[in-house]
Design a protein around this ligand. Structure first.
Ligand SMILES: [Zn+2]
Length: 421
């Protein structure tokens, strides 16, 4: 990954500073110092930290002093001793789950809804959309970057499509760390600031995406310019057109919870200087996915539709294959060819055993959840049942067929990362 990294401030390549503390694990640099023309930055637990906020400079000093474990604690944002002890115990335990580590990071770290992330409507649309676009522009031999990717839920959607492995970039170190350990094992991670130039070389990627975060970026014009630069085919050998995708950004013209600082659809369009974008209303994309299992990117939503939709999706590409109807692919990390996940019953269901069947009842964790994500009722039935023998066969690795394939498609049965909760 060092080949595609560039300093966000001077644009220079990085070298490993071998005169300073460094630690390897196989062919991976685990903890070390990188130097460019202007500065030095730490690598902590395999993740380059390419910004200069106070936590990053403190962690750099700690790596330089030969204390990488303290640097990890600093970057995870753990200040009090008991929290740090809990975190470290969880980090070292092979049996620890994503949920254990999120809890060890404390109540301010992440909202309580991550358990349900893989069936919420925002995810369902974004997953379908990025797989359609990535399948077209990457065709299995180009790389993708998920900017502001959080703990990697959508990075995971790219694992079988991006080669080399996708890169996740986020300002919150602990989230990028969780992505690598649990949600999208095998991805590369970088800790960097979305309000600064992005730390990658021009043309390094076939797909640059950002989901459910763009409304919180203040330097939107710079950010879009950077996303265009990352997929600029002029910057890569044998350059082929790439794509920029911004999923689920809020709309200035329609209120939504956690509104951020969104623009109007016209405002978003004006950010793009080198590639003409298309803006889609998320509600219609969700209808597509639920109703037909396909996604029609040839449509042009009228302004009245866009202006009224609280969430928008933006695609910008010159690739001729993107703006057409896409049949959604069913391959998933839990499928036998990609054993990165496990099938579990969606935790939104209360499960009751009744002889050789499981009876499932949909129960939302709170009224707030139902308010924000209630559109999941479009595909999650109030009640359903599963044949116990078929379920046990699926859980032990048999391919999904018949009713079970339908329940997977409807997200009653989820393909989850191993050790998620
Ligand atoms: Zn520099």
């Amino acid at each position: 990954m060092l080949d595609v990294l560039r300093c966000p401030y001077c644009g220079g390549r990085f070298d490993l500073v071998t005169s300073m503390f460094h630690r390897r694990e196989g062919d991976e640099i685990r903890d070390a110092i990188l130097g460019c023309h202007c500065c030095i930055f730490p690598i902590v637990a395999g993740i380059p930290v390419l910004h200069l906020r106070p936590d990053a400079t403190a962690a750099r000093d700690q790596v330089e002093a030969g204390e990488p474990d303290r640097a990890l604690r600093t970057m995870a944002g753990l200040e009090d001793g008991s929290q740090a002890a809990r975190f470290e115990a969880a980090v070292l335990s092979a049996a620890a789950t994503y949920k254990d580590i999120v809890e060890a990071l404390g109540p301010n770290f992440e909202g309580g809804y991550f358990l349900y992330r893989f069936s919420d409507p925002t995810y369902v649309v974004a997953h379908a959309l990025v797989r359609a676009v990535a399948g077209t522009v990457l065709h299995g031999n180009r790389r993708a970057v998920d900017v502001c990717g959080g703990s990697g839920h959508l990075t995971r959607s790219l694992m079988d499509l991006s080669k080399p492995a996708p890169v996740i970039a986020d300002l919150y170190f602990a989230k990028a760390w969780l992505a690598r350990r649990f949600v999208a094992p095998g991805c590369e991670a970088v800790c960097c600031d979305g309000n600064a130039p992005l730390p990658f070389a021009r043309g390094s990627f076939g797909l640059a995406m950002c989901s459910d975060a763009f409304q919180y970026i203040w330097t939107k014009r710079q950010f879009v310019g950077e996303m265009e630069r990352l997929v600029d085919p002029g910057g890569a050998a044998g350059g082929e057109e790439g794509a920029v995708v911004i999923n689920h950004t809020h709309n200035q013209l329609a209120w939504s919870p956690s509104h951020g600082q969104p623009l109007s659809p016209a405002g978003y369009r004006d950010l793009f200087e080198s590639i003409e974008p298309r803006v889609f209303g998320e509600a219609r994309l969700l209808e597509d996915v639920v109703a037909s299992g396909s996604l029609d990117l040839s449509r042009r939503d009228p302004d009245t539709t866009l202006d009224a939709d609280p969430a928008l999706t933006i695609v910008a590409t010159r690739h001729a294959g993107v703006y057409r109807a896409h049949q959604l692919t069913t391959s998933s990390p839990a499928s036998p060819s990609l054993p990165l996940g496990v099938f579990r019953i969606n935790p939104l269901y209360h499960t009751e055993r009744d002889g050789r069947r499981l009876r499932l009842h949909l129960r939302f964790p709170s009224a707030d959840y139902e308010d924000e994500y209630g559109a999941c009722r479009l595909y999650l039935p109030d009640e359903t049942e599963v044949d116990l023998a078929a379920w046990e066969a699926l859980a032990s690795g048999a391919p999904a067929a018949g009713d079970l394939a339908d329940l997977i498609r409807r997200r009653v049965i989820l393909d989850l990362p191993r050790n998620y909760y």
